[in-house]
Design a binder for this molecule. Structure first.
Ligand code: XIL
Length: 350
């Protein structure tokens, strides 16, 4: 290959983020500990392909984390643009970036009532054809990424708040209340090696939802449906919920011989909207809270600890800003990639 062709290829790969980058473990600018180097389990981050071109983001992510989750681009809405029509651009770019840098990829999420594309939500065919379309989608996606995606959130947020009723999503309406068992089986058939998880929020503080979710898990297990773990999203605040609820929910997972994933960690310090800047008291509380959550995770049997995934890199990029309308300073890094109290609390626990 002549030199200009090789240079062109290098530039092309650099452009799509598939080139491995130095993880900076010996760079003096990274004068704080690398979480992935300290933790005896996966340390993940939610990431977006639009951030790959930015060198500070790339270096931060590769230095700190060894696992990556697509914050948006591996959900059904962005990937499934029509019957048998897919847009792989974002997902492919994230998977290429992760694998080039030795990071595992956790798939999120095959089925989520909040990201159903219009063509499927308003599906014109019969229920059998609907189920076939869901099976085809899961099979196509899981098989496409089977060499790089080690684990999947198969179903996300299936239960209502407070009542624990099964959400009346299009999946339930068209496939029946046993749709969860069906889609776990589809995912397992597509990649028998993938670790399959159920993922939700509120299991730690909402007793009705917790008992509905674990009843579903028990039912799957009693019928031999492959489920290997439960993801606790862990969108929490500096003061809520009680650590005892977090610990007992993790123990419920372990008692079922399943792996625990802290899957979307962020810790709000402004849940009442009373701060326009972080205070040292709230920051101190966030540090303690992060330490306690990670210590609780550390205390689980090592073969039951899947990973801890943080839901974004810098405070200003957190989804919570749009969702709650307040600045929350909930993540590990400020806008200059300086590690903050949550990062310090994580390190304290390791
Ligand atoms: C959020 C992302 O952070 C946003 O960027 C996106 O627009 C919507 O989804 N629970 C989940 C995540 O399981 O997928 C959500 O992520 C946050 C709540």
């Amino acid at each position: 290959m002549n030199r200009s062709v090789s240079l062109l290829l290098v530039l092309l790969f650099a452009g799509c983020g598939a080139d491995p980058i130095d993880d900076n473990t010996d760079d003096p600018a990274f004068d704080y500990p690398s979480l992935k180097a300290l933790a005896p389990y996966g340390v993940g981050v939610a990431f977006k392909s639009e951030l790959i071109p930015f060198v500070d983001h790339r270096e931060n992510v590769v230095y700190t984390f060894d696992q990556l989750t697509a914050e948006w681009e591996m959900k059904m809405n962005p990937m499934s643009v029509g019957p048998n029509q897919y847009d792989w651009d974002g997902a492919d770019a994230l998977v290429a970036f992760a694998t080039a840098n030795g990071m595992k990829v956790h798939g999120h999420a095959l089925l989520w009532h909040s990201t159903v594309p219009a063509w499927l939500e308003n599906f014109a065919g019969t229920d059998t054809q609907f189920e076939d379309a869901v099976r085809t989608y899961i099979t196509t996606v899981v098989q496409r990424y089977k060499d790089s995606v080690v684990s999947w959130d198969v179903v996300n947020e299936a239960f209502e708040d407070n009542s624990g009723a099964l959400r009346n999503s299009v999946f339930r309406r068209r496939m029946g209340p046993d749709y969860i068992a069906k889609v776990f089986a589809f995912a397992h058939d597509a990649d028998p090696d993938a670790l399959l998880l159920y993922n939700d929020y509120g299991l730690t503080w909402d007793a009705a939802k917790r008992s509905a979710a674990f009843q579903m898990v028990d039912d799957l297990q009693s019928r031999g449906v492959p489920i290997h773990g439960v993801g606790l999203q862990m969108h929490i605040t500096y003061s809520f919920p009680a650590m005892s609820d977090i610990v007992s929910t993790m123990n419920e997972i372990v008692q079922r011989d399943l792996q625990v994933h802290i899957s979307e960690l962020d810790i709000r310090i402004n849940p009442d909207g009373d701060l326009s800047a972080p205070t040292s008291a709230r920051e101190a509380a966030q540090r303690v809270r992060t330490r306690q959550v990670i210590e609780a995770f550390n205390a689980l049997p090592s073969d039951k600890r899947f990973a801890v995934t943080v839901w974004g890199v810098r405070h200003s990029e957190s989804w919570l800003i749009d969702f709650w309308g307040n600045p929350e300073w909930p993540l590990l890094f400020d806008d200059n990639f300086v590690p903050g109290p949550a990062h310090n609390g994580f390190v304290d626990a390791l």
